[in-house]
Design a binder for this molecule. Structure first.
Ligand code: PRT
Ligand code: ZN
Length: 297
């Protein structure tokens, strides 16, 4: 009888990372119920159990082995590592950047603040929810400033007189703009990251490796394109040089044509209109670029 060993994954229940996490699992071919109210579900076709929790709880879930893996913003993990006394967090490691949830932790000041560099923050008050990361940054830059710990709505702190500056996550910058703030320093760059507990049984490692292979396949497929074109046989070498990110394309004979061949290639870089125009100017015709859905090397 097969043992029922299942890997446990903690993801954000709702919020900025929730939909991307669910989409990624779906692209990996993992089926699960999509109700947003549930706290737990078992994947139907893969030995994976999903826990839907608040993002701040994910590092602790993984540290205490309630879940062996989790998906969380690097900002949350790093802040927990710095500011939490939980020794178990040492067993948590980042294993893969996932390419979504990208943002930066930045210092921002009102437009009226004459900012000339980090030293302008000496003796000032800075509001943030990232006390650990901010303290490290200030220490590295030999700046003494008072940190005002806020859980949310950090961007209003200067307007209401609670702080001279803020340190908060930024993605588009529009929140800063509407609050009359200018971004002056990026202190940390973040994106969603797959994390794991170091101490996992070998059976669970096997499942994790299968999952990682699928995630890499999804990432590679997303970054790659399949290109097909017809080329004059005489221009083959010239045209091969232009096909981006592909060392050994497939060259096929075209029935009844000695002067032309078909070239098919997986390109692991984007293909821009300029490249297609370049190929065309070298004699290529019937150029097709198609997306790749899955890839396993
Ligand atoms: O309920 P739960 O505790 O799970 O969620 P949460 O409210 O704590 O987090 P959530 O869903 O807001 O964010 C989850 C993660 O998304 C963060 O930890 C980051 O890793 C990532 N992320 C990416 C962001 C942003 N971009 C982002 N822009 N998290 C927050 N913001 C906020 C920022 O704090 C500011 O208020 O968006 C505003 C700025 O956005 P822009 O686009 O105006 O610059
Ligand atoms: Zn949170």
């Amino acid at each position: 009888m097969r043992e029922n060993v299942r890997l446990k994954l903690a993801i954000q229940k709702s919020g900025r990372l929730a939909d991307d996490c669910r989409d990624l699992l779906e692209q990996c071919g993992i089926k699960f119920t999509k109700s947003k109210d549930q706290l737990f579900c078992q994947a139907q076709n893969f030995p994976l159990d999903l826990f839907f929790v608040r993002d701040d709880d994910i590092p602790a879930f993984v540290a205490s082995s309630v879940c062996q893996i989790g998906i969380v913003g690097r900002n949350v993990l790093s802040e927990e590592m710095i500011s939490s006394p939980n020794q178990k967090l040492k067993s948590v490691k980042e294993i893969m950047a996932l390419g979504f949830g990208k943002c930066r932790l930045s210092l921002a000041v009102p437009h009226s603040f004459a900012y000339e560099g980090v030293c302008s923050l000496e003796g000032k008050t800075i509001a943030t929810s990232y006390e650990g990361l901010l303290s490290e940054f200030l220490k590295q830059n030999n700046v003494n400033a008072e940190i005002v710990d806020m859980r949310g709505a950090v961007e209003i702190a200067p307007r209401v007189g609670m702080a001279d500056a803020i340190c908060d996550l930024v993605s588009t910058g529009s929140t800063l703009a509407v609050n009359g703030l200018k971004e002056v320093e990026v202190i940390f760059r973040s994106e969603a990251s797959l994390i794991r507990n170091e101490n996992i049984s070998s059976k669970l490692v096997e499942i994790l490796d299968r999952l990682l292979l699928r995630i890499k396949g999804v990432q590679q497929a997303g970054a790659s394109k399949y290109i097909m074109l017809h080329a004059p046989a005489a221009a083959l070498d010239d045209i091969r040089k232009v096909i981006p990110g592909s060392d050994s394309p497939t060259v096929l004979a075209l029935q009844g044509r000695n002067d032309k061949v078909a070239i098919h290639a997986v390109c692991n870089e984007g293909i821009f209109w300029e490249t297609m125009e370049d190929l065309r100017s070298r004699g290529a015709t019937d150029i097709l670029v198609v997306p790749i859905e899955k890839m396993l090397n």
